[in-house]
Design a protein around this ligand. Structure first.
Ligand SMILES: [Fe+2]
Ligand SMILES: [Fe+2]
Length: 283
């Protein structure tokens, strides 16, 4: 899709009905979860995905302190985006509970309070740097966001294939449809912002090539994030999947031709991390 302005992208987004409507959520056959096996080794993956979705509030808060977050169109998008990501986290948590993996009632607060002060300090520093660059940094934020949304959707697709659990497949397909709409927003705004100046393109490419890390890195324990990536994208087949369905979608953006760093980063983590599950604080 080619949009002329950010407002056109927002109008398109606001015209999209949610996949996870109240009636979709009401009809999820939770009673059937226990009738199908959930491989134990995918539980940490689900926990990681749940946590990232819930931490959207924190990323949203960080962005609000930057010129990107103060942009009228982007901040309007982020209000709904934030709500949708939280639903994703809540559905995953409900699924874990129905599958017999009980999580504390305070799980959301626990996830948020477990983020280290080192991470918050780093985030503050990045916000300050971003503010020094100004509005040109919006292109970087949008390109980064597009990669993260594409990675999320593809991680969910890999999860469905590995879990082979019908209830999980059903509601995660709904999540994927929403991630695809988010991807379209980020990609479209990134394209418009990158077109604006050579400076914006150079910064965006420099940041992605040198500092891109999978979503959630730093905010969650490293062993959990590495394990999730290894579980989902290990080996040539995993790398090729990521390359074809994430990196190849980013490469057509202005300034991103020949992009290889993102797939390379995933491939290194996926193949060098242990495939043994980290210990989790759930029962
Ligand atoms: Fe999500
Ligand atoms: Fe998303």
């Amino acid at each position: 899709m080619n949009f002329e302005t950010k407002q056109d992208v927002l109008d398109w987004y606001e015209g999209q009905e949610r996949a996870l409507t109240p009636s979709f959520i009401k009809d999820i056959p939770w009673h059937d979860v226990k009738n199908h096996r959930l491989p134990d080794d995918l539980v940490p993956v689900l926990i990681y995905m749940r946590d990232i979705e819930i931490l959207t509030d924190m990323y949203h808060e960080e962005l609000r302190r930057t010129p990107t977050g103060k942009d009228r169109v982007i901040s309007k998008f982020m209000e709904r985006w934030g709500i949708e990501e939280i639903t994703h986290g809540e559905l995953i948590n409900r699924f874990l509970n129905e599958a017999g993996y009980n999580t504390p009632v305070t799980w959301k607060e626990d996830v948020k309070s477990s983020v280290t002060s080192k991470y918050h300090l780093y985030a503050r520093l990045l916000t300050t740097l971003t503010n020094c660059v100004g509005k040109s940094f919006t292109a970087t934020h949008m390109a980064y966001g597009a990669i993260n949304e594409l990675s999320a959707a593809q991680s969910y697709r890999r999860l469905i294939a590995k879990a082979e659990h019908p209830v999980l497949t059903h509601f995660v397909k709904g999540i994927i449809r929403e991630e695809s709409v988010h991807t379209q927003f980020y990609l479209s705004v990134a394209r418009l912002e990158l077109r604006k100046s050579r400076f914006a393109r150079r910064i965006a490419r420099f940041v992605i090539d040198n500092f891109w890390n999978p979503v959630g890195s730093g905010a969650r324990p490293k062993d959990l994030s590495d394990y999730t990536i290894a579980k989902l994208f290990h080996g040539k087949e995993g790398h090729d999947w990521f390359e074809r369905l994430v990196t190849e979608k980013i490469r057509p953006l202005p300034g991103f031709d020949g992009l290889t760093s993102v797939t390379e980063r995933i491939a290194v983590i996926a193949d060098e991390s242990p495939l043994s599950a980290p210990r989790l604080l759930i029962n």
